[in-house]
Design a protein around this ligand. Structure first.
Ligand SMILES: *Cc1c(COP(=O)(O)O)cnc(C)c1O
Length: 426
């Protein structure tokens, strides 16, 4: 298909994320991708290839077209790409679930596989509410979270995103009411910790679980908070009979410098959601892990099953690639790679702090953020990054990068230069 033809059809028929219909700006047409590079169908602003500073929304840890992941996919494709999971099972899903139990905090022992992060959050909420119902506390129907979070775009996760200023603000009043507390401060403050304890105690009769993104709030604003708050949540939840859910869909698989952000606090949640990087960015898949107490609680209830079963649950192709991606990650010194990227981002982004309009530069693990004091001019910032040979997708007042861990030092320096250029332009 010719590029102009493709774009005309795209505009006429294809909805893009968080976009209007028809779209107002043409997306870039990607023909293929390899390593950390996206190859464009036609050069744009003189660039035929772009270094991917986004890991395709934080998922492509190992870069694109990786021989090991390709082989896992080909191999599984030759057996079966899918088979239903009701009444049937298969080695890829069993191996994946077992592997996830091995690498996540100890009390998580049971795995519900689904097809996207949002669905894994739906499943987490259902598990928590149903657990309390099963053990005779049906009044615990709400979830508690702190502001500034993001948990997905389906209905229940939307109700957990910050109701003010978040992307789902339109629906406040329509969505399920949840219990919100202030967003976590960037440093440890005893008064905030005390407030968390008090609010958990106050709402313990109606709250089934506290759900948070540990250490990094991602699509809600790319904010970092001290792991100590997770310990406070764990203690207060234990004391008052509230479950704790960590949404590690963005932070899992090493992104913050530890395998899971929970590891930074030495805290285990009762339920954990994983997604995004689970398949190394190859296929859509997510997982909800829970403790034996929750699983047994549900199974002792009046309806002793978890009534959830996506058509593509446990998809063999995605499971096989996920296993290969996890093995590939664990077979290398990924901690060293993430540290290297962290150092490169610190060095490369520091000068951005001096630019006019820049409010703050922050880096944690393989996450680099430049926050402006105004909303980003998306078109100008994106164009500046493309001219610098890099793909970035800013939002709100944020220009950020989450590069693949395989990004070399030179490419990393180019990503940093592009972030600085985007901050200047945007
Ligand atoms: C991306 C994300 C989700 C939603 O995942 P989808 O696969 O897009 O449905 C949920 N929680 C967090 C923390 C995320 O970053």
């Amino acid at each position: 298909m010719r590029n102009d033809e493709l774009l005309a059809l795209d505009r006429a028929h294809v909805w893009h994320p968080y976009g209007p219909m028809p779209g107002r700006t043409d997306p870039l047409v990607v023909e293929s991708a390899s390593g950390v590079r996206l190859r464009l169908a036609e050069p744009v602003h003189g660039q035929a290839e772009l270094i991917d500073g986004m890991s395709s929304w934080w998922s492509a840890l190992h870069g694109y077209n990786h021989p090991v992941l390709n082989e896992a996919a080909h191999d599984q494709l030759g057996r079966m790409s899918h088979v239903m999971f009701g009444g049937l099972t298969h080695e890829p899903a069993v191996r994946l679930a077992t592997r996830l139990v091995e690498i996540t905090p100890e009390p998580l022992r049971h795995v519900f596989l689904s097809d996207s992060g949002s669905v894994s959050v739906e499943v987490a909420a259902k598990m928590c509410l149903q657990y309390w119902r099963s053990v005779g506390r049906p009044g615990k129907q709400l979830l508690m979270t702190w502001r500034g979070g993001y948990h997905g775009d389906t209905w229940q996760p939307m109700s957990l995103c910050d109701p003010e200023g978040g992307m789902h603000e339109l629906w406040s009043g329509v969505l399920q009411r949840q219990v919100f507390v202030d967003a976590p401060p960037v440093t440890y403050e005893e008064s905030y910790a005390r407030m968390l304890r008090e609010q958990i105690a106050l709402h313990a009769d109606e709250v089934a679980a506290v759900i948070v993104e540990p250490v990094v709030q991602n699509a809600g604003g790319m904010r970092f908070h001290p792991p100590e708050y997770l310990r406070v949540l764990r203690e207060a939840c234990d004391e008052h009979g509230v479950l704790l859910v960590f949404d590690e869909i963005a932070t899992g698989f090493g992104r913050t410098g530890t395998l899971f952000a929970a590891d930074r606090a030495g805290v285990s949640p009762d339920v954990m959601c994983l997604g995004k990087a689970l398949t190394g960015g190859y296929l859509s898949m997510a997982a909800t892990l829970c403790t034996t107490e929750i699983a047994e609680g549900i199974s002792r209830g009046e309806v002793p099953v978890l009534a959830h079963g996506p058509t593509f649950m446990g998809n063999p192709l995605a499971s096989a690639v996920a296993c290969a991606s996890i093995d590939l990650l664990m077979s290398q010194d990924w901690e060293l790679e993430v540290k290297r990227i962290e150092a490169g981002l610190r060095e490369g982004l520091a000068p951005a702090a001096e630019l006019p309009g820049v409010r703050e530069v922050r880096v944690l693990g393989a996450i680099g953020v430049v926050q402006l004091d105004h909303d980003v001019d998306m078109a100008a910032a994106t164009e500046a990054a493309v001219r610098a040979g890099v793909w970035l997708r800013p939002f709100r007042d944020l220009i950020y990068t989450m590069p693949p861990y395989v990004t070399g030092d030179e490419d990393l320096a180019r990503i940093c230069a592009a972030v600085r250029a985007a901050a200047r332009a945007g």
